[in-house]
Design a protein around this ligand. Sequence first.
Ligand code: ASP
Ligand code: CP
Length: 330
Amino acid sequence: MKHLLSTGDLTRDEAVHILDTAEELLGVAQRPIKKLPTLRGRTVVNLFFEDSTRTRISFEAAAKRLSADVITFSAKGSSTSKGEGLKDTALTLQAMGADAVVVRHSASGAPHRLAHAQWSRGAVVNAGDGTHEHPTQALLDAFTMRRHLVEGDRHQRAGVGADLAGKHVTIVGDVLHSRVARSNALLLHTLGAHVRLVAPPTLLPVGVDSWPVETSYDLDAAVEKTDVLMMLRVQEERMNASYFPSAREYSRRFGLDVARMNRLPEHAIVMHPGPMNRGMEITADVADSERSVIVEQVTNGVAVRMAVLYLLLGGAPTSDDAVSTMEGGA
Ligand code: ASP
Ligand code: CP
């Protein structure tokens, strides 16, 4: 793996290997000293042209926990306001030496340009491009699902080595503007899960028929047979038209409240990538309920991003080697 641009590029084994590596790395966060020397002397550049809380901070934490040097660039306050574009910004940061570039951009395809036009010599990680993809979000989501839904054998940690074969995942809401939905659909399919998208017809993208998913407009019919209910944010900043009659009507048909949540199977979990519009796609009492794993998704994001940086920058040994190298060096 040279870059991580799309979950569609990952084979089942590569994806499971990332999840397994993350499983080992999760333990680092529980240690008194949360640091491994693995990427000492390497530089990770976070290039954020679009706002972010979770992704930017967790990539920074992940790189630091692996002892890499981290340079974080935010478009706000930079020479972007003077008209400098992606190419010159990337070349400038490259001139300072970057082994990996983590990029978020409002233009779909920006990380691919960075990787393929060779404006960056390092590995490129897509941290969200336009309405296209957000691969590390999908990986942390799959990791969280596996921890809750797949038991490991007695000698292993939760789910290690396993995929999500046969699990039912329902993704609800503004699929049209969601890079999380596409990355999840591709990855979950590779991992053997059944994915159903539930949305108003206006919020399903043209071409969804070619995705490896089922689609439906009926959330009530979907909740009874699902292991995971993933609510998407209504992404108003990306909307240039009116896609539903009113917020109230949207919440009534496509929002998750306690009454709907109570109709989920007992073991099912509720997810949301964040940031949430409380009261719109999810009510506050659902977001804060025991079923919700939303805060855990953020915790798991650090371990998954550590695994991605480690595997891109530190080589791709087998899972056991990876762990023994990391443990041995700690
Ligand atoms: N934070 C995620 C993203 O950047 C989801 C969202 O914004 O709704 O794609
Ligand atoms: N889930 C997610 O990507 O959050 P941020 O936009 O805050 O990074």
